[in-house]
Design a protein. Structure first.
Length: 55
């Protein structure tokens, strides 16, 4: 079993999204970061499930 490749290049779309979030008022930023966190968590969980099934 080999370890999955880890992306070493920055994700430009994610960096742009973070910059846009950072420009918002504090209350809006918190909600936007929470939404982004939830989206990333779902992606990671989906990836973890795929890895578990293939081993």
């Amino acid at each position: 079993m080999t370890e999955p490749e880890i992306a070493t290049e920055p994700d430009e779309a994610l960096l742009s999204r973070l910059a846009l979030i950072d420009e918002r008022p504090l209350g809006d930023r918190a909600a936007a970061f929470r939404q982004l966190h939830d989206e990333l968590r779902l992606q990671l969980e989906a990836t973890d499930g795929d890895a578990a099934r293939s081993s």
